[in-house]
Design a protein around this ligand. Structure first.
Ligand code: F3S
Length: 418
């Protein structure tokens, strides 16, 4: 693969030992994927940073790399870690865990990665635009950037994202290229998908349908539109997050929504090799339901919520105080805005805890005493049973909020159990 003189220079150590290692990783990945060359990236997002997931080996790896003295040359952001750096005590996280998590964050900061600690950096820092090349690594963020914003990024691993931050580039293959973004399957949706949780169930089903596609599944989705109101963004986030979880989908084309599908929908559709229908979401809803008892918490904000989503939560509560604690996960930048405007305080008096820096899937739930969760997130419902041994009531945000206010599941939710 072709490297520019400056990339060759990094490889030879002109940017320090850490950047040389970064170029070695990127060049090796480029050769594996037959990349013609490197593409400069505008920003980087680094996942795999919760101490719960990476443990001692991951921490030692990061501290060693950070000790080599090279720094990010493009804006680089962290995915959620394992604990809220302000509220960890009241949430029941141990000091030992927080100490280890802080060391992970400190090592990444030394490498020049900013502690945004969110999977929705587009709510916290300037949004990338159509055609921008990125090196992001959290799966829902990758799917959103490619499919809704029209940016171009493969799903990087944690180390390759750090490498891209230190070198300012990534191997040009897959979703960076026009041919790598062609759809493989047309999905015809023949049922209503009104709410974000429904979009999550649809995304889960599409991911499952595409998970065995040897070319890597890229769906062209027809027959469904996101809501036109303020829930539109949450709907699109839920759709992509779920199919990224169940099928490792990094890009979906949604007719009339994805910038490329708006510009060249018919051409893209013609490129897909097969057509599959989705007649109902019921199989998806049932597969995502795994609760074994009363939920300890209602968990919202997977992917991390925006300020608009916090306002909507306040509207759904209608001044009523929740009897089951409601946790909503956001970027610290969003929490700070909510607090400054008074919204944060109002939500807190209604029984909502706004949690930053972490998320329901990567926090140490066992030590926080959580056994069952009610959530509107298909992605969380997909991962929580296997990653945390936690049962899930998967339901719409409206139903989850009503359950929190009532202090128990209503008849409708109970009836949904398989
Ligand atoms: Fe984000 Fe964690 Fe969900 S990283 S998408 S809140 S699993």
């Amino acid at each position: 693969m072709k490297l520019s003189p400056s990339e060759e220079g990094l490889l030879e150590g002109r940017g320090g030992k850490g950047a040389s290692r970064a170029m070695e990783i990127l060049a090796a990945l480029g050769r594996i994927h037959n990349a013609a060359d490197m593409v400069p990236v505008l920003s980087v997002q680094v996942s795999g940073i919760s101490y719960r997931n990476i443990g001692e080996h991951g921490l030692a790896f990061l501290e060693e790399w950070a000790g080599q003295g090279s720094k990010a040359v493009v804006p680089a952001y962290m995915n959620p870690g394992g604990a809220d750096r302000k509220l960890w005590r009241s949430l029941g996280v141990s000091a030992d865990f927080v100490d280890k998590q802080n060391r992970v964050i400190a090592a990444l900061q030394k490498l020049g990665v900013k502690p945004t600690l969110t999977c929705t950096p587009y709510h916290a820092v300037p949004r990338p635009s159509l055609g921008d090349h990125l090196a992001w690594s959290e799966s829902s963020a990758v799917c959103y950037a490619n499919s809704v914003l029209g940016s171009r990024t493969n799903r990087e691993g944690g180390p390759s994202a750090i490498a891209a931050a230190l070198a300012g580039c990534a191997p040009r293959h897959g979703l960076h290229t026009d041919e790598g973004r062609l759809p493989t399957t047309v999905v015809e949706v023949r049922c209503p998908v009104p709410k974000a949780a429904d979009a999550g169930a649809l995304g889960y089903l599409i991911g499952r349908l595409l998970s065995h596609d040897p070319r890597g599944g890229i769906p062209f989705i027809r027959g469904v539109e996101p809501p036109a109101d303020k829930t539109r963004e949450a709907w699109l986030k839920a759709l992509g997050a779920a199919m990224a979880a169940s099928g490792s989908v990094g890009l979906f084309h949604l007719e009339g929504v994805t910038p490329e599908a708006v510009d060249a929908g018919m051409i893209l559709m013609a490129a897909a090799g097969r057509h599959v229908p989705v007649e109902s979401l019921e199989v998806g809803r049932r597969a995502l339901f795994s609760a074994k008892g009363r939920p300890n918490v209602v968990a919202l904000g997977c992917p991390h919520a925006s300020l608009d989503e916090l306002h909507r939560l306040e509207a759904l509560l209608k001044g009523r105080r929740a009897k089951i604690p409601v946790w909503v996960f956001v970027a610290e930048a969003v929490r700070a805005k909510a607090r400054r405007s008074g919204l944060g305080g109002r939500l807190e008096t209604l029984g909502v805890t706004i949690i930053a820096d972490t998320c329901i899937v990567v926090a140490p739930l066992a030590e926080m005493g959580v056994a069952n969760v009610a959530t509107d997130s298909a992605k969380a419902a997909f991962y929580l049973p296997s990653h945390q041994g936690v049962g899930v009531y998967f339901e719409s945000q409206e139903d989850a909020v009503e359950a929190a206010v009532a202090g128990e599941l209503g008849k409708a939710q109970g009836a949904a159990a398989p």
